[in-house]
Ligand binder design. Sequence first.
Ligand code: FES
Ligand code: FE2
Length: 340
Amino acid sequence: MFLKNKWWAIAESQMINKKPVALRRLGMDLVLWRDSSGKVVCQAQHCPHRGASLALGKVVDGCLQCPYHGFRFDNQGNCTLMPCEGEKAHISSKMRVKPYEVKEAHGLVWLWWGEAQSEQSQIPWFEELQNHPKRWASGMMSWNVPFTRAVESLLIDLHHFVFAHHNVARLSGFGSSTLLDPFDAKVEGEVIHTWGRIRPQKSDDQNSNHQNSNHPTLSQSMSVANFRHRLHFPNLAIFDFGFGGIKLFVVATPIDEENTWAYFRYYTPFSMPWVSQLISRAFVWVELNLVQPDDYKILMSTRPRKSGLKVNNFVRADKGIVLWHKLYEQAQTISKSENT
Ligand code: FES
Ligand SMILES: [Fe+2]
């Protein structure tokens, strides 16, 4: 079951043009397209006539035309034309595609999943990314991994890095940074904060050596990462590694019970936008080609496939994940009670 009464990011804005796009999110087959005013329209994907995918159709005169018999549907989902019946034919109210409430904000398309809103609730976002000039690049994946496991790995967990991504860790100088210490996490409203340091185990001994602690070698300081992470419950996260102002933004949305769509951006703060773009793209390339394949292989191997408070043996370093699962259990209880 998916959490209700939330805005879920379901696509990047630039994915949606005039040509309809098929998407599966929150267990629903959807079609997204732009009407004549350029507004994104989101509707049930299959034609109410005889079930063809409207994503194979095209936009004609501001309406979505089915590829099978050419029935047309406006941006409210009403059928406006059944060519085989003639222009004056009566159109049954059943000949309708279900519309969904969507909005565009921050370069993403957001779907409202829940009761119709009497008052528009705000789309969640991180203030520091507000009005951020386009000094970022993005990537996305569709994974055969349930939402809970994807959130744990992509949106919270840092202590897997040196093991799950040992090649990248070694190349980036973090090959021995296995210890999360200090580390803590707390919840404030809808936000989980985690912060701390990842460092090599042996820096304990080195710190006891007066000379070394005052003058850490370059490789010692390079292998220590101070991080600050926030997760806007349930599915938006931002990582700040305290390195050159580079930030990683990640969002995960269920495709259905077994699959998850993940989208991420690297923000880099260089004054020349093209430099930022170039460096951000390089980070995205590394994520997509060298980092995420490691995660995917491991996540595909996890059992049970769905995670939760009772199916793991959490340790101190998992505190952020435990806090997330607690919020998730509470939110699921509320969603279930709203369903009954
Ligand atoms: S199935 Fe869409 S018009 Fe016939
Ligand atoms: Fe990872």
